[in-house]
Design a protein around this ligand. Structure first.
Ligand code: NAI
Length: 332
């Protein structure tokens, strides 16, 4: 039976990298039917909503989506479609594997860590208001329910994937109640996983430790905002945003998207690196049971990167998105 997958090409470089990922997945012989939907400003103009009901219905029906980046206006305008999507579908776990790739220039070799980010609350609840002119209040929501659920997800993931350690990252020395609750839930859940080492670190120290010696870490568990920031820091450890994949996972539905945004500074020039969204597609293929194709795509990608003659500009090369894509397809 053909598996149907919702495709959200997104804004900026989104259609360029999504097009590359789709053609490589097709070349690997996976029989998928892509149901394409728009989100963000285009959807707002066409349908009066940046996250149309039709898009949500498509994902609910198909249970899986591959998503390019969607632009969010800064300091004004509509609420992030990305944040709304994750909350509307209760995609509570954001999984971001940060792994070195041979041939990708970076400061470190052999980095292999997993960022697990809580995806539904924290300062992303969007509860902001002006108390009086010149004074804004932004509410950070942390619940026992969501903190326990994400901690359990991290430990289950660690156990399933043979990982040894989960480190919770927080600022509970200052935010004693909110981050304190997150940490308390983590410690409680950790007792159910005696086979996995559990420890914690204050977020500022964690940033320094990651930059000094990323190889000391295994699975990192973070609230929404710290997880967002540390994912990009992690991308910087292994070659940048052009290479790091991600997934938003709920109990029944998963939306796969790279860590990077719409990269307006390079959009439309055909030079974006499709590696991040391709590796995201590999995660998606494993999720839907297409393990063989996933491994073949991953090894074709790694071969091209390791050879180094076809490389996009963010990795120091001169190749275009389509030259890089064609090289992977030839290698397949
Ligand atoms: P960005 O990730 O779009 O770009 C940051 C830097 O990384 C830029 O220099 C860009 O050229 C580079 N870069 C990113 N992806 C790349 C790729 N595949 N190949 C080569 N270079 C790449 O972050 P920025 O500029 O902060 O955000 C732009 C827009 O994207 C904003 O509207 C933001 O809200 C949105 N965004 C959307 C996300 C999503 O849909 N999940 C995630 C992050 C940002």
């Amino acid at each position: 039976m053909t598996q149907r997958v919702t495709l959200i090409p997104g804004d900026g470089i989104g259609p360029e990298v999504a097009g590359a990922a789709v053609s490589i997945i097709r070349a690997a012989g996976v029989n998928l039917e892509w149901e394409s939907r728009v989100a963000g400003s285009e959807a707002l103009t066409r349908f009066g909503d940046a996250l149309p009901a039709d898009l949500l219905e498509s994902i609910k029906r198909n249970k899986v989506a591959l998503k390019g980046p969607v632009m969010t206006p800064v300091g004004e305008g509509f609420v992030s479609s990305n944040v709304r999507l994750r909350r509307a579908l209760d995609l509570y776990a954001n999984l971001r594997p940060i792994k070195s790739l041979t041939g990708v220039p970076s400061r470190y070799q052999n980095v292999d860590l997993i960022v697990v980010r809580e995806n539904t609350e924290d300062l992303y609840s969007g509860l902001e208001h002006e108390v009086v002119p010149g004074v804004i209040e932004s509410l950070k929501i942390i619940t026992e329910y969501a903190s326990t659920r994400i901690a359990r997800f991290a430990f289950e993931y660690a156990r399933r994937e043979g990982r040894k350690r989960v480190t919770a990252i927080h600022k509970a020395n200052i935010m004693k109640l909110s981050d304190g609750l997150f940490l308390k839930c983590f410690r409680k859940v950790s007792q159910d996983y005696p086979d996995i080492q559990a420890d914690d670190l204050i977020v500022d120290n964690a940033c320094m430790q990651l930059v000094m010696d990323p190889n000391q870490f295994d699975v990192l568990l973070l609230e929404n905002l710290y997880g967002d920031i540390i994912s990009d820091l992690g991308a910087g450890l292994v070659g940048g945003l052009g290479v790091v994949p991600g997934a938003n996972i709920g109990d029944e539905i998963a939306v796969f998207e790279a860590v990077h945004g719409s990269a307006p500074n390079i959009a439309g020039r055909g030079i974006a690196n499709p590696t991040a969204l391709l590796q995201t597609g590999v995660l998606m293929l494993k999720h839907i049971g297409e393990r063989d194709a996933a491994l073949r795509i991953q090894s074709a990608l790694e071969k091209i990167l390791a050879e180094g003659s076809v490389r996009t500009r963010d990795l120091g090369g001169r190749s275009t998105t389509s030259e890089f894509t064609e090289a992977i397809i030839r290698s397949l």
